[in-house]
Design a protein around this ligand. Structure first.
Ligand SMILES: [Zn+2]
Length: 486
């Protein structure tokens, strides 16, 4: 931590030693119990190669050996589970210089995961009364002026393109398009709440230094939806969104999470925040009340709200204890007015709806990046790009292997045969590297008894099983979207 931040210089004095540093220092070295040197690097005095070479020693210390060991284990695990490494090894996504930085290309295996996630979202949203929509990737400048994204959000948008004397922007968010769909037909209180959902593609300008694998990108696919509701409906709608999160956390085995409620700063009304002092306080109180009422773990932070309302960042932890920001919910009392949206209320008067922006599965980019780390690439069967691999011991058993393939395919299982002329040990190893959940080894005995020798990823041999019973079990595991047993 430098002592020069914000143009302020700070010193920290301890006994006779004054350091150009923000501090604090530990009072004495007796507090250091467990040390690990993590890196050693050469550095020239004052950065000049004519000067003497010095050695810079990097280290880490914990109050006890146990905590240090845990930390080192986490580092090692995180390295093994790095989503960029696994993404490449498992054929999930790639980046290409000609396409551009921050623009991931989803490979066939990654696309299967995307489609499974979208399937889950569609099913869940349909059951919760959402309607699906599809919108273009660009819009005229006038729409973003109306929404206030211009000029507030301009730095995060791609520069405009000009067409017939009009400026068009790549969409950085789907909201304005959805508002236009809400507005396309007259609404009454009977149409409320109205929930519009879209896996929308957005483009955001992130500085090249900020780009990082799938975590920071310039093109993202968002599990987006906007809920238009009355003030009376708000708490119930917000609670339902919360429940959707909890349902997803269960499916993906996410055990630790917290909602971070970002509030406005009254001193910055009219600049960073839309100038509606009372509405800010009112909506912040409503969100807080729902979080308290539902027992959702949350923290509050000042001066981090969106420009049109309070926002809730959802922080989740992977199985190895690393923190991710999954998604953001926003409460929006400004856009309805800006877009002149209304519905006819019970008193036959026009009324502006409140809007909830929500994206429980975040973006495909960030969520799949998270899942790669969370599962260490060992996806549960329903998400695995290839669910079952058939490994015949030799060519002699190919006809039976083909029959098994056809049966599993017909049942909707993603299955393939390893028909290479390789030893069975190598076939098993290669399939394990690709983290395919199930392997079916086929030889003399399996053919004679019309059975399958099953191996489960990470667990090994499950023995010889009846073919149709095993198929039924796999189909059920997929349908139930069971989390991995680990
Ligand atoms: Zn939105």
């Amino acid at each position: 931590m430098s002592g020069l931040e914000d143009g302020k210089i700070t010193f920290y004095t301890q006994g006779a030693f004054t350091d150009l540093c923000r501090g604090p220092h530990i009072p004495n070295t007796g507090a250091i119990k467990a040390i690990k040197i993590t890196n050693i690097a050469g550095a020239f005095w004052k950065g000049d190669e004519k000067n003497k070479m010095l050695t810079r020693v990097y280290g880490i210390t914990f109050p006890n050996q146990k905590e240090l060991d845990e930390y080192l284990l986490l580092l090692e695990e995180a390295k093994k589970r790095d989503h960029r490494k696994l993404g490449k090894e498992l054929g999930i996504y790639t980046m290409d210089d000609d396409v551009g930085p921050g623009l991931p290309l989803w490979m066939p295996n990654g696309t299967i995961i995307i489609e499974e996630l979208e399937g889950l979202a569609k099913e869940t949203e349909e059951a919760a009364g959402y309607k699906r929509v599809v919108t273009p990737h660009i819009a005229k400048e006038s729409m973003y002026i109306k929404s206030g994204h211009l000029p507030y959000y301009e730095d995060s948008m791609f520069p405009p393109m000009e067409l017939d004397g009009t400026k068009y922007y790549l969409k950085a968010m789907n909201c304005p398009h959805h508002h236009k769909i809400f507005d396309a037909e007259p609404k009454s209180y009977k149409d409320m709440p109205m929930r519009l959902a879209e896996y929308g593609t957005c483009y955001r300008y992130e500085q090249s230094g900020e780009l990082f694998g799938l975590m920071r990108v310039r093109c993202l696919h968002m599990n987006d939806a906007h809920i238009y509701c009355t003030k009376e409906q708000f708490a119930q709608e917000f609670r339902a969104v919360n429940e959707m999160y909890l349902k997803y956390f269960k499916i993906f085995g996410i055990e630790k999470y917290v909602m971070r409620l970002s509030l406005h700063d009254p001193k910055k009304l009219g600049q960073k925040y839309i100038n509606e002092p009372e509405l800010w306080l009112e909506t912040e109180a409503m969100v807080r009340a729902v979080l308290i009422e539902t027992g959702t773990p949350f923290v509050e932070v000042q001066d981090e709200g969106a420009f049109y309302g309070p926002k809730i960042d959802v922080q989740i932890w992977s199985i190895i204890g690393r923190e991710f920001t999954l998604a953001t919910n926003q409460v929006d009392f400004a856009q309805g007015k800006r877009f002149n949206l209304n519905f006819t209320n019970k008193d036959n008067e026009p009324e502006t709806p409140l809007i909830i922006h929500r994206a429980p599965l975040g973006t495909h980019e960030r969520f799949i990046g998270f899942l790669l780390e969370h599962y260490a690439g060992k996806f549960p069967v329903w998400l695995a790009p290839l669910q079952v691999k058939i490994l015949p011991i030799s060519d002699k058993f190919m006809p039976y292997a083909e029959t098994v393939l056809a049966e599993f395919k017909k049942a909707g299982v993603r299955v393939a045969i390893d028909d290479r002329n390789e030893k069975i040990g190598k076939k098993i190893r290669d399939t394990e590297i690709m983290k395919v959940p199930y392997m079916l080894v086929i030889g003399e005995k399996e053919v004679a008894e019309n059975k399958l020798s099953v191996r489960r990823q990470g667990k090994g041999d499950m023995g010889m099983l009846d073919k149709s019973a095993f198929l039924a079990q796999v189909v059920d595991e997929i349908a139930q979207r069971l989390a991995p047993a680990e």
